[in-house]
Design a binder for this molecule. Sequence first.
Ligand SMILES: [Zn+2]
Ligand SMILES: [Zn+2]
Length: 338
Amino acid sequence: MKAIQVIKPFEVAIVDVMKPEISDGHDVLIRVTSGGICGSDVGIYNGSNSLATYPRIIGHEFGGFVQEIGKDVSSVKIGDRVAINPVVSCGKCYACSIGHSNVCSTLEVIGVHRDGGFSEFVKVPEGNVHRFSTDFEETLLGLVEPFSIGMQVNNRAQITKGDKVLIMGAGPIGMTILQVAKSRGAAVMVSDIVSERLVRALAMGADAIVDISTEDVQNRVLQFTNGEGMPVVVDTACLPKTFEQSIALASPAGRVVVIGLKSAPSAIAMADITKKELTIIGSRLNLNCFETVIESFEKGSLHPEQLTTSQYPFEQIQEALNDLVAHPERELKVVLTF
Ligand SMILES: [Zn+2]
Ligand SMILES: [Zn+2]
């Protein structure tokens, strides 16, 4: 079968590899139909993802049809449409024991730490497979994972009806956070430097947009919140500076959500956190979000089709990567079809 392999930084190829075979009773073999290219795939490609080892079959946003099942599999059957949660955890460490398996001490992500889903077939454990109950569009099955990130942020920040939220960054993850927050009845402001992305955020339901290349975000936040500051700030720009800004823009008793994986420090004074009694929250991957995201896709409260800006057959991975890197104004999620 064919798979997309990053051989070493800046070298990606379609390779022929052995089709995986069921070996454990709880194995599920998936025929992949679609995958979303993520910023972290680009990071493995260009060598900036510190977690990656090479060579690697990439892809952690993928879905398809169940092709074959092990003898003990009971939650899915052959022919089911499914999405795969790429988070693999041990079930025994402290984090797992208190129900936070998404930050397991020996966490592995399919497509990052081990070979991923950008291949014609992939074998995964039953517990990572989540089924659709309708004939949902095949090319969108791979987009459950990015929406699970948006849902996790909303869960971690306990975003609810009436909340006011600033999302810094209108990239794919910012957009999934926006869609989930709007589906919960929050009022959402989105900031970015790319005006085309802000126009898209408005179309997806943002209540206000701020082009930080021409506007003062602090003023706009104060207007939006009657001078209070922002109750919830989510930093998806993930720069040392934007983390500092998030702290400054948050209201007293506000929540600040951080999702970046960069190690460069920010300059933040203790007093800024104490005086406002801020809650600073990390959000990583997802915890039990797949079922809810799938239900929301099926009932139409979340819209993966609005996230998709281009589709490429998987053989054209090089063109797809080039497109994604060269055109942030045009592309949100580039979907590969298999
Ligand atoms: Zn991703
Ligand atoms: Zn664990």
